[in-house]
Design a binder for this molecule. Sequence first.
Ligand code: UDP
Ligand code: MG
Length: 317
Amino acid sequence: MSKDLAVVIPVYNEKDNLEELIERIEATLNKITSSYEIIFVNDGSTDNSISVIHGISENKTKVFYVNLTRNYGHQVAVSAGLLYTNAKAVVIIDADLQDPPELIIELYAQFNQGFDVVNAKRKDRKGESLIKKGTAKLYYRLLKRLVSFEIPLDTGDYRLISRKVVDALNTMPEQNKYLRGQIAWLGFKTSSVLYERDSRKHGKSGYTYSKMFKLAIDGITGYSDRPLWLVSRMGFIIALLSFLFIIYAIFAYFVLEATITGWTSIIVSATFLGGIQLFSIGIIGEYIARINTNVKRRPLYMVESTNLESQKHKSLL
Ligand code: UDP
Ligand code: MG
């Protein structure tokens, strides 16, 4: 029997947040339905999050866990969780209490109105650095220009998705998961609910700048070939300019008899071109690296232990 509602929670070093989180989620879900399940996905925490999770799931019959063998990253942890539920609707929520669980009531109300995707859209992001907010804002606007479908602005991964969407996600084989992009790409009926994003309760962000950078590039390379287009146009324009420059140099030598001398011009053009070339190779490299991980077709993650049955065999893959 499939449940009405499941909540998937990726966990990476969140031991002090879990008790309050589970209480607030339960209190909220009890107002909606009694047919629910809560699934913690422990993403290789190095604190004792997993023993806290074990403790909670032993006492509560509706709380389950999937314990991954190591830290695979937030997107993979959520993707794993989605394969362990057959609920009719699934909410994805952070464990650090930045996403207020009480909002699930509004998300679920929109689902009842017939929406397959209900995004929680942040009005404000408390307790996050100006750099993080600024780069995030810039990035989402850039992404919007690069992709040909609507990616909702100012949303993270806090959202409700219907069974249809979960089934569709479970069939998407890409190794570099970028869930908000994948869900937008699927294009199901979408609505959103506004909320104030709180600051993290305890602990510190598990998203290092390098993890964030990888996610950002995954978002772009997964949904747009425009950077490659840009590289080829840039190559074309620079080739054209240097051709004009060569003509001018020959003209200057034979006609004006004023040879352009100087070390500076050579160094400037060499470093400029060198920079552009490395940048272009880098962009192409990002795409090739992703082709590489995808052709290997490794499993996305390994499960150390769980008290749930995977739905993988039921997914369309
Ligand atoms: N998380 C995870 N694996 C990671 C990093 C984070 O499962 O490698 C989880 C984390 O426990 C939290 C959610 O993903 O539930 C969001 O992470 P975080 O709060 O660190 O990111 P931020 O809010 O700072 O962007
Ligand atoms: Mg957070």
